[in-house]
Design a protein around this ligand. Structure first.
Ligand code: SAH
Length: 203
């Protein structure tokens, strides 16, 4: 998976590649899909949600430039896999998941896989987690329609926010907080599940 799907497409940061090698992805997918865990695609994790394609997880991880002392916020815990990858690279990961059952399952898997430096919270992550911030990086793994401005004050100077924006076909955008303001870069076309405000019946 790491060589063929990730390195071949240009992710090269050795720490990121190591973290992708270390985290057992099959433990983050439903048991019936374990045989497909290392395939080059997203997979269903229940409640209409998905664990991202391995390459996208690696790409987004590299895009925030994680450093060992960092505190990172993730919005959209899902399976917990992205958090587990980050947990191997930074000091602490705070992650928020709207759907209680997914959050519970993720918490259990993170514990099982020894990711003691991840804190999972159930709730709407659209407003971030101001009490735990400011963060060295923020990763949003569900797509809002527009740039979530409420998150910007929670980013430290020098930090990066990576977020998929739009409906249907989306753009992965990186904002970097510099001295004088924010620099915006469009990185990749992507497709994430939408960032929603509440769990509607049938979702
Ligand atoms: N990072 C995940 C994949 C995320 S899928 C992984 O590694 O598996 C997107 C997740 O965002 C879904 O689980 C969905 O329930 C969650 N989500 C959607 N809107 C949200 C919101 N407003 N706040 C927090 N989580 C949200």
């Amino acid at each position: 998976m790491v060589k063929d799907q990730i390195e071949r497409r240009g992710v090269s940061e050795p720490g990121v590649l190591r973290a992708m090698q270390m985290v057992p992805r099959h433990l983050f997918v439903p048991e019936v899909l374990r045989g497909s865990a290392y395939e080059d695609c997203p997979l269903a994790i229940g409640e209409g949600q998905t664990i991202s394609q391995p390459y996208i997880v690696a790409y987004m991880t590299e895009a925030i430039r994680p450093k060992p002392g960092d505190t990172v916020l993730e919005i959209g815990t899902g399976s917990g896999y992205q958090s587990a990858v980050l947990s191997r690279l930074v000091r602490h990961v705070y992650t928020i998941e709207l759907r209680p059952q997914l959050a519970e399952a993720a918490r259990a898997r993170l514990e099982e896989t020894g990711c003691a430096n991840v804190t999972v919270r159930v709730g709407d992550g659209a407003g971030g987690w101001p009490e735990a911030g400011p963060f060295d990086a923020i990763l949003v793994t569900a797509a809002p329609r527009e740039m979530p401005d409420q998150l910007l004050p929670q980013l430290k100077p020098g930090g990066s926010l990576v977020v998929p924006i739009g409906t249907g076909d989306q753009e992965l955008v990186r904002l970097r907080r510099g001295e004088g303001g924010f620099d915006r870069e469009v990185l990749l076309p992507v497709r994430f599940v939408p960032l929603t405000r509440e769990v509607r019946r049938g979702d």
